[in-house]
Design a protein around this ligand. Structure first.
Ligand code: PGA
Length: 251
């Protein structure tokens, strides 16, 4: 089954308005003409409007780095799906390992965010991944299974059209260590089989599973050559238009 690739840049806590405009414009110029892939940018909340304006005549998808589940109310420090849509956002990254580790977001909270995003028709990118210690103790799949099952609790089969999963081994994020293409492929296939168990084959076949963690121009082609790797979630290298430009033009 041929799935459209999704190449996502997560800018994390980087860029002022001027920097964001210029980075988005430089990246937009490097977007490939082909229809076999999509490009997505997730800038900080504070520059979403600026980036939306720069991207307005392009096909680049605008995403947020998190999302609350409620439309409005007493949720100090949170941003609602309605507010994000008002800024031109159509997708949200949820459960990034930095949210899990630094801000202690757990699977139950992340699940609320996923359900909230989907109920407002945002494409939800659920991030999962094991820590180095969990990997060393042979717990990778158990951890990923819990993150997937709990993260997707209550997501209806028809809503899976709007779901993306990003597998990002925590030990590979920002460290320069990447899973080998074989390691990543094996995990991606096991995630797809799990989705088949929870839902059905057709849904599993259509689901896009991205790889993240030190994706760079030097390793993107081999990662993207794997049958179950449908895209990349890129941090550091997404802050440089040259590098991200090469990544989105993977061969
Ligand atoms: P990295 O980050 O590419 O800098 O490793 C990936 C991510 O955190 O999404």
């Amino acid at each position: 089954m041929k799935r459209k690739s999704l190449m996502a840049g997560n800018w994390k806590m980087h860029t002022t308005a001027i920097e964001a405009r210029s980075l988005a414009a430089d990246i937009a110029r490097k977007c490939p003409e082909t229809t076999d892939r999509e490009v997505l940018l997730a800038p900080p909340f504070t520059v979403l409007r600026e980036v939306a304006e720069v991207l307005s005549r392009t096909d680049v998808i605008l995403a947020s780095q998190n999302v609350c589940w409620e439309e409005k109310g007493a949720f100090t420090g949170e941003i609602s799906p309605v507010m994000l849509k008002d800024c031109g956002v159509s997708s949200a990254i949820i459960g990034h390992s930095e949210r899990r580790q630094i801000f202690h977001e757990d699977n139950a909270l992340i699940n609320k965010r996923v359900l909230g995003a989907l109920s407002f028709d945002l494409m939800a990118i659920l991030c999962i991944g094991e820590t180095e210690e969990e990997q060393e103790n042979g717990k990778t799949f158990a951890v990923l299974e819990a993150q997937v099952r709990q993260g997707l609790q209550g997501v209806e089969p028809q809503q899976m059209e709007k779901m993306v999963i990003a597998y990002e081994p925590v030990w590979a994020i920002g460290t320069g260590k990447t899973a080998t293409k074989e390691q990543a492929q094996e995990v991606h296939l096991s995630i797809r089989r799990l989705i088949e168990k929870i839902y059905e084959k057709n849904i599993a076949d259509r689901l896009r599973i991205l790889y993240g963690g030190s994706v760079k121009p030097a390793n993107v082609d081999e990662l993207m050559s794997q049958p179950d790797i449908d895209g990349a979630l890129v941090g550091g290298a997404a802050l440089d238009a040259e590098s991200f430009g090469r990544i989105i033009n993977f061969i």
